[in-house]
Every structure is written in structure tokens, then in C-alpha cells.
Design a protein around this ligand. Structure first.
Ligand code: GAP
Length: 448
């Protein structure tokens, strides 16, 4: 983990948020390389969940959520972790994560309060008057707005069950003890699919999605043996779940959840269909509104309405980034005196697809040709291509190995004569000459 954290800072993948003021625990910023890697991972998920399927639609809903939604979803009442205070040093801990029985991890005191439920949702004021009565929550999971938009999407598309709605985006949880780098943070991203099925077919679809999701992670470059299918114990299931299978990954700090695949039954659509007067609404916002919408579909054969069941594969983007960095990280001996660090990421995930390097800095002919090559490759739209005009080939190769750039193209004096460039492969370090006029084809073939 220490090596990864250091690489991430050194090469601009991740920075502690608010760094110059000492940072805030549980918040991280994605730097120039991190944002590309994260976007590529999300793009790959969207590709497989929306573009490559004929039974899904996409959504990008608001983050600020009406309390009434999170009342009906069960979050206001049950989205809690057990909190204990150390009476001695005043630190706070999650009771279920205390390692040494009931001792404070900070000062080892045994003088702890009894655990009490601590709600993980962040609140913020809505509107110009902050008198505590008009508030919204920052969504703790992305999926609730998928459920509240269920009818909108049905009415605006021609979908029939089974079908799914995919969404990726930020979620917020006021974790008591954020830890392990970007594994457990307070602001993170999720990639969630809610797949609506007819009750009775749910068990089969659940198996389908568990396998599909493992296959996808393997295609992103995670070794199958580092992924574990874990059946969540009945007494540990979330309030909405009939059965959940976690896809665990062997992270640098230990094996933990990367993605959960839950059978949420008709809990959510059912809850949002009920009349809100059945609930005690705590916020003024939407207090007088009530959902009269029937989030149900018609069974045309049996001629009756039913509430679909939901199978939900829910993955963490940040945990995905951490897992992929961990899988890709290698230290190799180049020769007996030199080592190199490389990120052997799959090319579709690499932050930079290719670096174009003129051999001599400020040599107008070499730099202009390099700029032209860079611009032509960039236009192919397969990801970011950079020009490296520092004139230090060795340093550039080392940097691009460390950020996982699959190929480096060097424009040298021979290029001016034979109209070809040297292409160096990140993993094998093998070099070959490729004609400039064939570069686009070579590049497209490489990345497709
Ligand atoms: N809608 C279901 C849901 O939110 P979850 O198991 O609580 O289920 C799904 O979260 C995924 O979101 C987890 O598998 C994990 O990858 C990610 N996740 C949850 N809490 C997180 C946190 N505090 N920091 C980073 N990722 C988190």
C-alpha cells in the first residue's frame, strides 16, 4: 500500500484533498493521471452496461436527495454504524471494527461508551433560509433516484421487464473511520445497475449478474484468483436484501468488498409506491407531497399489475481504481544495476495511450513533426496522447512506465530521412520502427 500511495502522489494519480491545509480525512482528489484512469474505468463500465446491451438505459440523476425518498428507502432509520466514544482521549470509533476487544485503538483505554447508532448520511440546507427545517441529503447510494425515475423511464422508452437502468456518480457517507487510502472514504463514486425482473425469475438473474460482473472485472485486468465470491450471512444482509453476494478483492490491506450484487426484491419500488402519510416525515421539504405513483408494470398474460424485483450489481469506482493499480503495479530489474517500476494496466484503462517524444528538445523539425503525429493520433479519439518535449528519453520512458502508458513513439533524426518512428512497448521494452504514414492504422489496431 505504501508503494502505491507514494506512486499515486509522485505521478499525479491521487492527492489528499485540501492538502495544503493539512487535508481532510476520507477525502481524495484525482490528479491528471487519476482522472483519466477513473474516467476510463467508468467508460468501460458504461460501455458494457449500456452500449453493449439491448436491455438497459442510462440515467444521471441529482445528488441532493429529498429526505422523503431516503425515509421510504429505509436510510433515515437504518443507515447507521455503531459508534463508541473513548472517554479518555475523546476519539470516536466504529464498535464493530475495534480490533482488541473493547480497547480504544488510540490510547488503549477500556473506558468506552456503549455503542449507539450513528447515521452516515450528510445533510445540507436547501434554499436561502437555513433554519434546520429545509434540508436535503447528499445521496448515500446512487440507486434511489433510479427507483424514483422508474416510471419516467418506462414512459419515455419502450422498455418492458426484464430491463435495467444504469447510473454512475458520486455518493457520500460520513464514515466514522475512513481508512486504507481510497478504500473507505466519505465521498466516492459508484457504478450501479438496477435490473428489473419478474418475481420468480430473480434467483436466475441474480446468478447471471454475479457471473457477468466477475467476468467484467477480469476483463479490466484483475486476476480471477484475486476475486472471491462471498455469500453475505443472513443476519448481515441490508434491510432491503433477500440475498447478497459480495465480490471481494485481495486489496493490499486485506480481502474486502469491491462490489456487491444484491437481490433487493420489490422493497424499493414497493416503498416508493406507498402513500407517504404512512411515514413520519422529518423535513419540511416535500412534507406535504406524497407519492401516488404506482411503480409497477402490467403482466399482459395474467392481466394484472405487479412490482418488479430488482437485481443490483453495485460497484465502487474508487475501490476499482485501487484494485486495478494494485494489480498493475510491478517492480522489475532492467539489468543488474537498474530497476524500473511499471503499471501494466490494460491499454483501454491507461491514463495516457501514447507519448510522442522528439529526441532533441527544441529542434524545430523534430518537434513540429512530433506535434503533427500527436495531433493526428489524438484525433482518432481513443484517449489522451501527449507530447513530451523535455529531450530526456530515458526519463520519459521511466515516467511513462510508471503511469502505465502502453507505447512511446520517438521521433529521431532518422525519422527525417526514412519517415518512420521508434515505437517502444511498455511491458516488453521491445522497440520497432513504424512508418509515419502507417501510424494511424498501427495505433487503431493496437487499441482496438
Ligand atoms: N446500492 C447498494 C449499495 O450502495 P454498498 O455495498 O453499501 O451497496 C456498494 O455499496 C459499493 O460501493 C461497495 O461495494 C463499494 O465498492 C462502494 N463503497 C461503499 N462505501 C464506500 C466507501 N465508504 N468508500 C468507498 N467505496 C465505498
Amino acid at each position: 500500500m505504501d508503494e502505491l500511495v507514494s506512486l499515486c502522489k509522485r505521478r499525479g494519480f491521487l492527492f489528499q484533498s485540501n492538502d495544503i491545509y493539512g487535508g481532510i480525512k476520507g477525502l481524495y482528489d484525482y490528479g491528471p493521471m487519476g482522472v483519466e484512469l477513473k474516467n476510463n474505468l467508468k467508460q468501460s463500465w458504461w460501455q458494457s452496461m449500456v452500449y453493449e446491451r439491448d436491455d438497459t438505459e442510462g440515467l444521471d440523476a441529482s445528488i441532493l436527495s429529498a429526505p422523503v425518498v431516503l425515509k421510504h428507502s429505509g436510510h433515515e432509520d437504518t443507515f447507521t454504524d455503531p459508534l463508541v466514544d473513548c472517554k479518555s482521549c475523546k476519539s470516536r470509533w466504529r464498535a464493530d471494527q475495534l480490533m482488541e476487544g473493547s480497547k480504544c485503538p488510540n490510547c488503549k483505554s477500556e473506558d468506552l461508551t456503549d455503542p449507539r447508532p450513528f447515521n452516515l448520511m450528510f445533510k445540507t440546507a436547501i434554499g436561502p433560509v437555513d433554519d434546520g427545517s429545509s434540508f436535503a441529503y447528499l445521496r448515500p447510494e446512487t440507486c434511489q433516484q433510479i427507483f424514483t425515475n422508474f416510471k419516467n423511464i418506462l414512459d419515455s422508452t419502450s422498455r418492458t421487464v426484464p430491463f435495467g437502468i444504469a447510473q454512475m456518480g458520486k455518493a457520500f457517507r460520513n464514515e466514522i473511520t475512513p481508512r486504507n487510502f481510497i478504500f473507505r472514504v466519505r465521498e466516492f463514486e459508484q457504478m450501479e445497475l438496477e435490473f428489473f425482473v419478474k418475481p420468480g425469475t430473480d434467483d436466475e438473474w441474480h446468478e447471471y449478474w454475479i457471473n457477468k460482473r466477475i467476468e467484467w472485472w477480469v476483463n479490466q485486468g484483475i486476476k480471477k484468483e484475486n476475486l472471491k465470491k462471498i455469500e453475505v450471512e443472513k443476519n448481515e444482509l441490508a434491510h432491503y436484501s433477500k440475498r447478497t453476494v459480495d465480490i471481494n478483492y485481495v486489496f493490499p490491506h486485506g480481502e474486502e468488498e469491491l462490489e456487491g450484487v444484491a437481490n433487493r426484491t420489490d422493497f424499493d419500488l414497493g416503498s416508493h409506491t406507498k402513500n407517504q402519510n404512512d411515514f413520519k416525515i422529518t423535513s419540511e421539504v416535500m412534507k406535504n407531497s406524497s407519492s401516488t405513483t404506482k411503480l409497477a408494470v402490467q403482466d399482459l398474460e395474467e392481466k394484472k399489475w405487479y412490482i418488479p424485483y430488482v437485481i443490483e450489481p453495485s460497484a465502487g469506482v474508487d475501490r476499482g481504481v485501487l484494485a486495478l493499480l494494485n494489480e498493475a503495479y510491478r517492480e522489475e530489474n532492467v539489468d543488474k544495476d537498474n530497476k524500473r517500476i511499471l503499471l501494466s494496466l490494460k491499454p483501454h484503462l491507461s491514463p495516457i495511450k501514447a507519448a510522442v517524444i522528439p529526441l532533441k528538445k527544441n529542434n524545430e523539425e523534430l518537434v513540429n513533426l512530433s506535434k503533427e503525429i500527436k495531433s493526428n493520433l489524438q484525433k482518432l479519439g481513443l484517449g489522451r496522447v501527449v507530447l513530451e518535449n523535455s529531450g530526456n528519453i530515458g526519463k520519459n520512458y521511466r515516467r511513462h512506465d510508471e503511469i502505465g502508458t502502453p507505447i512511446c513513439l520517438t521521433v529521431d533524426f532518422e525519422t527525417l530521412e526514412d519517415k518512420s518512428v521508434t515505437v517502444r512497448d511498455r511491458d516488453t521494452m521491445k522497440q520497432e520502427r513504424v512508418a509515419v504514414e502507417n501510424l494511424s492504422e498501427y495505433y487503431k489496431k493496437y487499441f482496438n
